[in-house]
Design a protein around this ligand. Structure first.
Ligand SMILES: *[C@@H]1O[C@H](CO)[C@@H](O)[C@H](O)[C@H]1NC(C)=O
Ligand SMILES: [Ca+2]
Ligand SMILES: [Ca+2]
Length: 313
């Protein structure tokens, strides 16, 4: 660092203030809460001092983080606070955008003849090569391939509502994100069932449920406490009719809970955890003070949005 020791603090403080004002033109009346978003400030400061402002991914992500908070409020009532409604709307918006983006990026891969539809044959050829199912014999794990192919075909047919074996964008979205579409419910349940029901009796026993989450150490030993908790969960919340295993209906209730407003659940959770003064709404400081949790949540598309440009949000 080339700055002389004397005066450094004043210089830094000046930069810091101008950064805060630049990023937050309607600065909170009553002063700037330095301590609360120290990470953002530190990173901004250091990179400014080192002349890295635009080059540093972390700086950019912190700046985008700040803007995300602004947008949450501005898309709502713009009163300077983020309410539960605004947080919920933002999370729903982020989810929908994530789904659209994933369909857009898959589309080019699968619509190989560029006719604006994804045919089952296109999807099969891209995913499994130009083999017919019976030709998997030269593949090492032929049985696994056959099963995966059959499963994809079943899912495709469920998504392809007009049954022409060509998926429109909407139908292809249902194929890629079946959990978002009520008419895909049976498919999601069937797939979950197949994944878990190792003894093939058509039910999920508690050991099959646990096996999906945890594999015991080869040398044996005590089961960790969280696994015990999961066993209890199975008994208390998954096995609704208490007959000791899960049927399709119970699996459905678990993986696609009825009428659950997922964005609202997530928004509530973030609000509870971040609302330090318990006034039922979030200030920017409260959000940035608990920023790590936001970075791990759908509100930032699990952190991915922090590398986006402003107008892509
Ligand atoms: C898929 O592969 C088969 C076998 O190579 C080929 O005959 C067929 O035309 C391909 N279909 C599409 C839509 O690309
Ligand atoms: Ca096509
Ligand atoms: Ca079973």
């Amino acid at each position: 660092m080339l700055l002389a020791q004397a005066g450094v603090q004043e210089v830094l403080l000046g930069m810091l203030l101008s950064l805060v004002v630049e990023e937050n033109p309607n600065a909170v009346p009553g002063g700037i809460p330095f301590n609360l978003h120290i990470n953002w400030i530190e990173v901004s400061l250091l990179s400014t001092v080192f002349g890295l402002t635009k080059a540093s991914g972390r700086t950019k992500s912190s700046r985008v983080g700040w803007r995300i908070v602004d947008r949450m409020d501005r898309d709502g009532d713009g009163d300077g606070w983020v309410s539960l409604d605004e947080l919920r709307a933002w999370i729903a918006h982020t989810q929908q955008r994530h789904i659209r983006d994933s369909v857009t990026s898959a589309w080019d891969t699968y619509d190989t003849d560029r006719d604006g539809r994804v045919g089952w044959e296109e999807l099969r050829n891209v995913t499994y090569g130009h083999y017919q199912p019976e030709e998997f014999s030269d593949v090492e794990d032929a049985e696994t391939y056959r099963k995966l192919l059959a499963r994809d075909e079943r899912r495709f047919r469920a998504a392809d509502q007009d049954g022409d074996l060509h998926a429109t964008r909407e139908e292809f979205t249902a194929f890629l994100h079946p959990e978002e579409f009520p008419h895909m419910r049976d498919t999601v349940i069937a797939e979950t069932m197949e994944d878990l029901d190792k003894n093939g009796d058509g039910y999920v026993q508690v050991d099959e449920y646990i096996a999906d989450l945890y594999s015991p150490e080869p040398e044996g030993g005590e089961e960790p406490a969280w696994v015990q908790t999961e066993r209890q969960q199975f008994r208390d919340f998954r096995d609704l009719n208490g007959d000791g295993h899960l049927d399709g209906r119970e699996v459905g209730h678990w993986v696609l809970p009825p009428a659950q407003d997922q964005p609202l659940v997530e928004a509530n959770h973030l609000l509870q955890e971040s609302d330090t003064n318990k006034d039922g709404r979030l200030s920017k400081q409260e959000i940035l003070g608990n920023w790590n949790m936001f970075v791990g949540s759908q509100a930032t598309n699990y952190g991915e949005d922090l590398t986006r440009h402003h107008d892509e949000l």
